[in-house]
Design a protein around this ligand. Structure first.
Ligand SMILES: [Zn+2]
Length: 195
């Protein structure tokens, strides 16, 4: 099986002219969905309009600001975070972790570490979400498992467990009944006669 998800780093030079990007330079990135997998190319502003063919598979394109890599020494103390966990799991390519990978990506999007760039529907019906890491410019390609509300809670619990966050004791997961049966507005709408 091909890698279901992957991280594509931002190249440090233009795919066409090979010129190294300067810190703060705006470049253009594109992602292509090909039979071999997802391919990412980055171009400088001059080469972007002249880029080589591939437009028939080019489904996603966006501008990125190039940031020189942060020296390793500046990294905080090694501690499992949602981001480090997401990176580890995406490397393992373990299909049983697909729900966890998706929830972690959503968490990082809410924290504004990742930004959603594209939603791509594959011919097989699988929805692919492409996130860009706001600091590093990497693309995170994550299939959306289309979780239902009940599934989300158990996956969130698994994520907390993996992150070493203690689960609240005593009141385990408040069992909220489905919104439709308690929300009077929804119920009213649903029972309203259709003409
Ligand atoms: Zn160039």
């Amino acid at each position: 099986m091909n890698a279901e998800w992957n991280i594509r780093t931002c190249a440090d030079c233009c795919a066409a002219c090979q010129t190294k990007y300067a810190d703060g330079e705006t470049l253009m990135s594109r992602l292509r969905f090909t039979p071999e997998g997802y391919l990412r190319d980055d171009f400088c502003a001059d080469c972007w309009p002249e880029r080589s063919p591939g437009t028939e598979t080019e489904t996603s394109a966006w501008a990125t600001v190039w940031h020189a890599p942060i020296p390793k020494a500046e990294e905080p103390l090694k501690k499992e975070t949602a981001e480090s966990l997401l990176r580890e799991l995406m490397e393992t390519e373990d299909p049983s972790k697909r729900n966890v990978v998706f929830i972690l990506a959503v968490m990082l999007e809410r924290r504004r570490i990742l930004a959603e760039k594209e939603v791509h529907l594959q011919p097989d019906g699988i929805k692919i979400r492409v996130y860009e890491h706001k600091k590093t410019g990497e693309s995170f390609v994550v299939p959306d498992p289309q979780l239902r509300l009940a599934e989300i809670e158990s996956v969130q619990r698994e994520v907390m467990d993996l992150l070493g966050i203690p689960l609240p004791q005593g009141k385990s997961a408040p069992n909220r009944p489905p919104a439709a049966s308690t929300d009077p507005e929804t119920t009213e709408k649903e029972s309203a006669p259709t003409i």
